[in-house]
Design a protein around this ligand. Structure first.
Ligand code: PEP
Ligand code: MN
Length: 270
């Protein structure tokens, strides 16, 4: 593959990234939480529920990249303070999306992992800015990114000095419209051949449909993924964003049970 140097698997050991009590690239890491931080009550309830079910990190968007400017844009700083409270109460490190280069340095005081969303994958200024930050970066695949383009985006971050990048397959646009995106699970073994970086899967944005998330979570484990990120909401029908793909805490707990028994079974195969 052309151009990639620092992210190439050639000549590099596999990257491991310690966050809280888990290590990406070694443990199977599960990130869970609401699409958007909507209120303190909603976020704390989800945080406690996902923690009880065994999640390792809490996610929650406070700057939302919405298709419509009239959609819920996120709580911003108020939302970050809610995430900090959730971390204090549960011990879960927090992951949140950054949309703007101007927000990178001050957000470091609130979050444990930056998320770069699919829509910003080739925002090269933003990639360079998180490349200069001292926090791990969860880099979603763009909805039109080839593996080469996606890996070059990771190369931007590493080339600025930040080695801690976790890749996330979250589905790509195809001619199919029944699902929100087409979850490309072949990306997991393919990209893990090309790079030493950990690769996790987002079956929520990858399918856009709650009922498809349990089977695709198990398929992600079978594909060799290093983890999962999913969306959980106490009342999905009332969610301010992505309610159609939100799991209830009960559905999430059930997935966790199956995911970790499949993972244990697969470790027995090796
Ligand atoms: C999200 O995680 O809420 C999100 C907006 O994801 P993506 O960038 O993959 O669409
Ligand atoms: Mn979402």
């Amino acid at each position: 593959m052309n151009n990639i140097k620092l992210v190439s698997s050639k000549g590099h050991e596999r990257t491991t990234i310690r966050v809280g009590e888990v290590t990406f690239g070694k443990d199977f890491v599960v990130i869970a939480g609401p699409c958007s931080v909507e209120s303190e009550k909603q976020t704390l309830a989800v945080a406690h529920a996902v923690k009880a079910a065994g999640a390792h990190l809490l996610r929650g968007g406070v700057f939302k990249p919405r298709t419509s400017p009239y959609g819920f844009q996120g709580l911003g700083l108020k939302g970050l303070k809610i995430l900090v409270k959730a971390r204090q109460e549960t011990g879960l490190p927090v992951v949140s999306e950054v949309l703007d280069t101007r927000d990178v340095s001050w957000m470091c005081e609130y979050i444990d992992v930056f998320q770069i969303g699919a829509r910003n994958i080739q925002n090269f200024s933003l990639l360079k800015e998180v490349g200069r930050a001292r926090k791990p970066v969860l880099l979603k695949r763009g909805m039109y990114s080839t593996f080469a383009e996606w890996l070059n985006c990771a190369e931007y971050i590493l080339s600025e000095g930040n080695p801690d990048v976790i890749l996330c397959e979250r589905g790509i646009r195809t001619f199919e419209t029944y699902t929100r995106n087409t979850l490309d699970l072949s990306a997991v073994p393919a990209v893990k051949e090309l790079t030493h970086l950990p690769v996790i899967v987002d079956p929520a944005h990858g399918t856009g449909r709650t009922r498809l998330i349990p089977p695709m979570s198990l398929a992600a484990v079978a594909s060799g993924a290093d983890g999962l990120t999913v969306e959980v909401h106490g009342n999905p029908e009332a969610a301010l964003s992505d309610g159609d793909q939100a799991l209830t805490p009960l559905q999430f707990a059930e997935i966790m049970r199956k995911v970790f028994s499949l993972r244990a079974f697969m470790e027995g195969l090796n």
